[in-house]
Write a protein that binds this ligand. Structure first.
Ligand code: ADP
Ligand code: MG
Length: 644
């Protein structure tokens, strides 16, 4: 150690990560090569990008490459690149902390259950730290493209709590990552192990990966060989040989790319350990020229609903890497899509600011959105529905945001949505609007739905009674986002969405004439009774009416501001801490129910009041699952049961 050596502690999250790595990712240890080669390739991409502005950054070293070398005596494997390199400050920042937003929160979510955690950690992307899966000491020697040879930096750690940094000499620009392999990982010193891993992980990156090869000069013809045998033997030498294809995958023609190559490339850009669910590769020519290669991960990222979540595509311009996480090309509701966009039309010096308000950006965004939706639509139509089921489970509630966010593609998004429905006897979301419409009786003009807090509450809701009787299917929506979405969308293919809890429920031709007449005559006949109930309930209700939407239940309540705010919306607002004025209800009464008949017969005024209150409380309870004063309700029921 020289006197400029400094000892530093890792950020807490890094320590946690290193701990986990040692234990849980062991079965997947080969990933360290993918991560380190990927970092080397990123570093070279960054240098190339810089050179677009200023060729002089190449110095006398413009032959960019990644090199792998093993030293069997020292038991080290070195991954070298002549990319952008790191300064002392950068190395401390990049290799001592985790820069991702929400990292602390992520670690809080780990359960200690190894199988589950290692899956999560796979999605999190462990990057450089994966070196410690196979090495018990990692040394990084790096010289930034901007630093002099005596201003290189040496970083070293055994992956426990601390690392050291010191200033050293390095003749060439770039980074050497030297892994002192653990005893049991000596296979990574073997030529063939490395070669097969490298072709697997690196064929598709645009940088050559090289390994040393011993070259035996070709045997010359006998006469010559005899003449000069000795010299031929000594002429054996080693040489760096490129071992990967080194052609950016997306620039190749789709028909020449195998599924395995697509999958590997996905893992390279996403750091995911799992295969992708689907992908779509498109070369577009015409007004704009671009190539997009889009993927949907099998699992939603752990921070899908985190506002600061990094997302977006890897942006290239004319095959030069420009930036990661270019979120400008995908709408919010497709934020889980990963991939590459390579534009021929954007300027090479494009920045996030320029992208922000460029017309070209919005055209590219619209193109990429269409390609992504086509990919999803194709998956939805696939005979094998397993992938789509997985997709819907992971991303369904995000896709729904698109109904509000993306008016232009609304119809296509609607066709991707899957609902729970009264057609099923379970909570599975597998009904499309097309299915629903295909089952509609001719008389039915609207699409009926119910929003509720849970599937159980929705499925047993009294509001479904008439629909069940008439055999009309109702869509059951129980996710948080549903309430907001259903408030914004009005129709699909000229069919209106109608909440079954709406105050003036539009049944249209479904209403049968007899029923309507019966309702009207009942209302007339019981005018006095309804008035009496209303008086008994006082301020709590705005009106009391005869209903035709119930069969087995005595009563139901209709929220007042029903067009604006359903009961479910109200619950969500209240749960978020908003103060709302007390809800007033219209009480609807089922005149055919025995309890109501009994109430109508009641002559004792105070008992009439109690029964009326019971009928209202029951309706509120069925609608909301809770009462403001449950104790009062219990007392009331008890006293009525005891015939007091
Ligand atoms: P990620 O690649 O997802 O950013 P990593 O943990 O793999 O995360 O790497 C962290 C950072 O360290 C990189 O973003 C980069 O800035 C830096 N880094 C790692 N390896 C190299 C390298 N070979 N050359 C230059 N910088 C590197
Ligand atoms: Mg990385």
């Amino acid at each position: 150690m020289t006197d400029n050596t400094e000892k530093r502690g890792f950020q807490t999250e890094v320590k946690q990560l290193l701990n986990l790595l040692a234990n849980s990712l062991y079965s997947n240890k080969e990933v360290f090569l993918r991560e380190l080669i990927s970092n080397a390739s990123d570093a070279i991409d960054k240098l190339r990008f810089k050179a677009v502005q200023d060729q002089s950054v190449y110095g006398n070293d413009s032959n960019l490459h990644i090199r792998l070398s093993a030293d069997k005596d020292k038991k080290t494997l070195t991954i070298s690149d002549n990319g952008i390199g790191m300064t002392r400050d950068q190395i401390c920042e990049h290799l001592g902390t985790i820069a991702k937003s929400g990292t602390a929160e992520f670690f809080k979510n780990l359960s200690g259950d190894q199988a589950r955690d290692s899956q999560l950690i796979g999605q999190f992307g462990v990057g450089f730290y994966s070196a410690f899966i196979v090495a018990d000491k990692v040394t990084v020697i790096s010289r930034s493209a901007e630093a002099a040879p005596d201003q290189a930096v040496c970083w070293e750690s055994d992956g426990t709590g601390e690392y050291t940094v010191s200033t050293v000499n390095k003749a060439d620009r770039g980074t050497d990552v030297i892994l002192s392999l653990k005893e049991e990982n000596s296979e990574y010193l073997e030529d063939w192990t490395l070669r097969s891993a490298v072709t697997k992980y690196s064929d598709h990156i645009s940088v050559p990966v090289e390994m040393l090869e011993t070259v035996k000069p070709e045997k010359k013809d006998d006469a010559e060989e005899n003449k000069d045998e000795k010299e031929a033997e000594t002429a054996e030498y080693t040489e760096w040989k490129q071992i990967n294809e080194a052609k950016a995958l997306w620039t190749r023609s789709a028909k020449d790319i195998t599924d395995d190559e697509y999958k590997e490339f996905y893992k390279h850009i996403s750091h995911d350990y799992d295969d992708p669910l689907v992908w779509a590769h498109n070369h577009v020519e015409g007004a704009q020229e671009y190539t997009s290669l889009l993927y949907v991960p099998k699992h939603a990222p752990w921070d899908l609903f985190n506002r600061e979540q990094k997302h977006g595509l890897k942006l290239y311009v004319q095959r030069v890497f420009i930036m990661d996480d270019a979120e400008q090309f995908m709408p919010g509701y497709l934020r889980f899509v990963k991939g590459v966009l390579d534009s021929n039309d954007l300027p090479l010096n494009v920045s996030r600011e320029i992208l922000q308000d460029s017309k070209l950006t919005s055209k590219l965004k619209s193109g990429c959105t269409k390609k992504a939706l086509q990919m999803l639509t194709k998956m939805a139509k696939d005979e094998n529905q397993d992938n789509y089921k997985t997709f819907w489970k992971e991303y369904g509630s995000v896709i729904k945001e698109g109904l509000v966010e993306d008016y232009e593609n609304r119809e296509e998004i609607f066709d991707l949505i899957r609902f729970a429905s009264t057609h099923n006897d379970n909570s599975e979301q597998n009904v499309s609007l097309k299915d629903y419409i295909s089952r509609m009786p001719e008389k039915q003009k609207n699409i009926y739905f119910l929003t509720a807090a849970t599937y159980a509450a929705a499925a047993s809701s009294p509001y479904l009674e008439t629909f069940k009787k008439k055999g009309i299917e109702v869509l059951l929506l129980t996710e948080r986002v549903d309430e907001w979405v259903m408030n914004q969308v009005t129709e699909y293919k000229e069919k209106k969405f109608i909440s079954v809890t709406a105050s003036d429920l539009e049944l249209g031709d479904l209403e049968d004439k007899e029923e309507k007449e019966k309702q009207e005559s009942q209302a007339k006949e019981n005018e006095d009774f309804l008035k009496k109930v209303k008086e008994a309930l006082g301020e709590q209700v705005t009106d009391v009416k005869v209903t035709n939407r119930l069969t087995d239940t005595p009563s139901c309540v209709i929220g007042q501001g029903n067009q604006m705010m359903t009961a479910q919306m109200r619950r969500l607002l209240e749960a978020s801490g908003q103060k709302l004025p007390d809800e007033k209800y219209t009480l609807e009464i089922n005149m055919d129910h025995d309890l109501v008949k009994q109430l109508a017969q009641e002559t004792d005024e105070s008992r009439f009041k109690d029964w009326a209150q019971l009928i209202l409380d029951e309706a509120i309870l069925a609608d909301q699952g809770a009462l403001k004063e449950p104790a009062r309700y219990v007392k009331l029921v008890n006293s009525l049961l005891l015939h007091k």
